[in-house]
Design a protein around this ligand. Structure first.
Ligand code: ATP
Ligand code: LTN
Length: 327
């Protein structure tokens, strides 16, 4: 079933509607890999329930995310697409990897520390164990590369550590995966440029969702926080404007230097007005494609993806169990 191509594996949580940060940090890079790699793209719903989800919303967001993968250009003829909770090998391997993961390794994870502060009322064991499930996702498919945004680097490092450790303890079993960090590595929140844009942010003004309509986009960009002064320049002391310039550059391919020149005397308002139009034009074909996708098609794509993922992951899981003496 698989070609000789190296394997790329990645996933996104259906914890909300994905935003331009997810697109630029992640999906955009996935598209470029589809010909050179056997790509496996997962909807990691078990990860998303580490933060409380409303069941109806989770269902809607999972279906919506699948459509967005397809509308953005993930091609089911080339890539395997599936939902994590439909392939039990993920949680099985996660349990096994738990037994070779140290508490100290998980306590160091910045995403855990950040989410434990944000969701004080629900610091559950799953949130703590999140990186081990992610390592299982990656290692089950003998993955060579993991295309993700900068924020996930620490988690991919843990997957590498666990693969090495398992191989040393029980003999060669796992391929050691490499992270692949894209150019749009970290897009910051529109309401707070010191924190990353996040689909589970409480304030929808934090992000531009890929499904936002024209008026919402104009409003959100108009309200985006700016820096003091008026100069349009990429600079560490101008985090808000630098973020807007970066988004503009990545969506239009116009070099930052040219954008700085274009807006020197025009100020923030004009930059924002034009940026909103750039985003609207970029999202238009994606939103139109979504409308053409019906439930029957998406169900068929999922069924085929699940079958392939089940076969592949079972091969690794069987090997792991055998090596450990599990009957
Ligand atoms: P949540 O807020 O629910 O944690 P999220 O918006 O951070 O979600 P994830 O599902 O965790 O999104 O991430 C999906 C992919 O998008 C990952 O590869 C991640 O690195 C990337 N990503 C997430 N946020 C950003 C961002 N602000 N800029 C660039 N890439 C991002
Ligand atoms: N933790 C990731 C989502 C994720 C993932 C993965 C990414 C879960 N499993 C495996 C790459 C490979 C996130 O929050 N973006």
């Amino acid at each position: 079933m698989l070609t000789q191509k190296p394997i790329a594996f990645s996933g996104i949580q259906p914890s909300g509607i994905i935003h331009i940060g997810n697109y630029l940090g992640s999906i955009k890079n996935w598209l470029e890999l589809q010909d050179r790699y056997q790509c496996i793209f997962c909807l990691v719903d078990y990860h998303s329930i580490t933060v409380r989800q409303t069941p109806a919303e989770l269902r809607k967001n999972t279906e919506g995310l699948l459509k967005l993968y397809l509308a953005c250009g993930i091609d089911p003829k080339k890539s395997i697409i599936f939902i994590q909770s439909q392939v039990p090998a993920h949680t099985e391997l996660a349990w096994i990897l738990n037994t070779i993961t140290y508490l100290g390794e998980l306590k160091r994870m910045t995403q855990f520390k950040d989410k434990a502060t944000r969701y004080k009322e629900n610091v559950n064991v799953g949130l703590f164990d999140y990186p081990v499930l992610m390592a299982a996702d990656i290692l089950l498919y003998q993955t060579n590369v993991v295309p993700v945004g900068q924020d996930q680097l620490q988690h991919v490092e843990l997957a590498r550590t666990l693969a090495h450790r398992f191989n040393q303890l029980y003999g060669e079993t796992f391929t050691i995966p490499q992270p692949l960090i894209g150019k749009g590595a970290k897009i910051m929140g529109l309401d707070d440029p010191t924190k990353k844009m996040s689909k589970s942010a409480k304030n929808p003004g934090n992000y531009i969702a890929l499904t936002d309509d024209v008026e919402t986009i104009r409003k959100k960009i108009a309200r985006a926080v700016t820096d003091s002064g008026y100069e349009v320049k990429l600079s560490p002391d101008k985090p808000a404007i630098s973020n807007l310039l970066t988004i503009y550059h990545l969506l239009s391919n116009i070099p930052i230097k040219d954008l700085e020149k274009k807006y020197t005397d025009k100020g923030y308002a004009k930059l924002k007005k034009d940026l909103a139009e750039v985003i609207i034009n970029f999202l238009k074909p994606i939103q139109e494609k979504i409308k053409t996708l019906d439930q029957k098609t998406t169900n068929q794509i999922l069924a085929a993806g699940t079958r392939k993922a089940q076969t592949l992951s079972q091969l690794t899981l069987n090997r792991v169990k055998e090596k450990m003496g599990l009957i």
